[in-house]
Design a protein. Structure first.
Length: 253
């Protein structure tokens, strides 16, 4: 697989993978604790009541309530790390309420059936091939032969397989965020919005700096729907700039 190069430094030779939430080994003590938390988790219960595919739906709902990321002008939406599909569900729901017929594409390493009114692509965000396939999808959806700059909104709930070693998990998260940001620089329209999850740690300031070079406004948020013990955080990035280059952001040539 052709990995995207020159998006910062290689991080200790780790290979990152997109994963959906809540993967666990059947019968393990960790899975038992996970199931116990789920039984007591209000968001998990609410997600079943509302037919959302996971509790992650409420994180995006909170983010939208505060920052209004879904707008009438939004037409093309990319959902990274989409499996099992809760964020795509929320996107479709929000755009339907606005009366907008949106093109919504979910992307994940794991196979997933797209929610009603959305599409799905199985692929690796760190692969140039996946970037090309995303571009081709939105080119067809907008009936244009122009390359890039088709997307109005990128939402990323990606997270690498956790190792239990906080520093390694953080660095793997930063690599995925770099890949998502590079994609946004190439395909997100001027003035577009990006929401990106990251695993908090010592290099998050580098990511925030890169985002601030690319967008006019960058906000940090931990939704109430996130578990208190989790180190996951989100950057909400508004109004993509028109003039920032990849070399400026990543220091590449």
């Amino acid at each position: 697989m052709n990995r995207l190069g020159n998006v910062g430094r290689r991080r200790h030779g780790m290979s990152s993978q997109l994963v959906s939430c809540y993967r666990f080994k059947t019968g393990s003590s960790s899975s038992t604790r996970w199931l116990d938390r789920q039984k007591k988790d209000i968001c998990s219960k609410e997600s079943k009541l509302h037919n959302y595919r996971s509790r992650a739906a409420f994180k995006l709902i909170e983010i939208d309530k505060k920052y209004r990321i879904f707008e009438k002008k939004t037409r093309n939406i990319l959902d990274l790390g989409s499996a099992p599909g809760a964020w795509s569900q929320v996107a479709a729901e929000r755009m339907n309420k606005l009366g907008v017929e949106a093109n919504i594409l979910g992307v994940d390493l794991l196979p997933s059936s797209p929610p009603k009114g959305t599409h799905f692509l199985q692929g690796n965000i760190l692969s140039k091939r996946t970037h090309k396939e995303i571009n081709e999808f939105f080119s067809r959806a907008t009936d244009t032969t122009n390359v890039g700059l088709h997307i109005d909104l990128v939402v990323s709930d990606m997270m690498a397989n956790t190792s239990g070693i906080s520093a390694n998990d953080h660095l793997a998260s930063m690599e995925l965020c770099d890949g998502a940001l590079l994609l946004a620089m190439n395909l997100l329209k001027e003035g577009g919005t990006m929401v990106i999850k990251f695993f908090s740690g010592c290099e998050e300031h580098i990511l925030q700096w890169r985002l601030s070079l690319t967008f006019h406004k960058v906000f940090r948020m931990k939704p109430n729907a996130s578990r208190s013990e989790s180190k996951e955080m989100y950057f909400i990035c508004k109004r993509k700039k028109s003039s920032t280059s990849v070399s400026e952001v990543f220091g590449t040539t």
